[in-house]
Design a binder for this molecule. Structure first.
Ligand SMILES: [Zn+2]
Ligand SMILES: [Zn+2]
Length: 189
């Protein structure tokens, strides 16, 4: 009798977890596009900054690497997060689902640049549960300042409408941060 509501609730929680990862992807992507510059940290340059600049110069190159090359940074970071959570006694399955989704963030981004993703992925893209190619393509168009979230089609319209990223950038600049844009058309590299 209670099985259905429990399943429905679990699905709702899982969708919530996906939206949390969508927001996280947006924050990290916005931070990469707005504040990172090469030459400050060899580690960041090798694993994040150069790849990010390259992606905005040639978006299609994201499909060139194999699965590990595409996802290694997210998988390693997610694994570390999962270990820390386990050591701290975190038991909530939602926390681990968030980490699992996050470990595949770049894969979802890659599918948003693929003309022929797997059929199940294409179905989820049509539903907006995974980000569609048409939706993500807007990020790679002028003024290169919207649709920073890369997991679903749901958060970007809301965040862009309320000018969330511009507000955040303004706040950081007021606090003394210096803008270092990754996207050439926005004054970057
Ligand atoms: Zn970007
Ligand atoms: Zn992209």
């Amino acid at each position: 009798m209670n099985a259905l509501p429990t399943v429905v609730l679990d699905i709702a929680y899982a969708v919530e977890c996906l939206l949390v990862v969508d927001l996280l992807s947006g924050v990290l992507h916005w931070a990469e596009d707005t504040w990172t510059a090469p030459g400050r940290s060899k580690l960041l340059d090798q694993y994040i900054v150069r790849d990010n600049i390259e992606h905005h110069r040639k978006p299609g190159l994201i499909r060139a690497g194999d699965y590990w090359a595409t996802n290694r940074v997210c998988i390693v970071l997610a694994s570390v997060a999962a270990c820390v959570m386990a050591l701290c006694g975190v038991h909530a399955w939602e926390a681990y689902l968030i980490v699992a989704f996050a470990s595949q963030a770049n894969q979802v981004h890659l599918w948003a640049h693929s003309a022929n993703p797997p059929r199940w992925v294409a179905t989820l893209q049509r539903l907006g549960i995974l980000q569609s190619t048409a939706h993500h393509a807007q990020h790679h168009k002028r003024p290169y300042a919207s649709r920073f979230c890369t997991i679903t089609n749901f958060l970007n319209p809301v965040l862009d409408r309320i000018m969330f990223w511009r507000g955040l950038e303004w706040l950081f600049v007021q606090c003394g941060a210096t803008v270092q844009r990754a996207t050439p058309a926005r004054g970057g590299y």
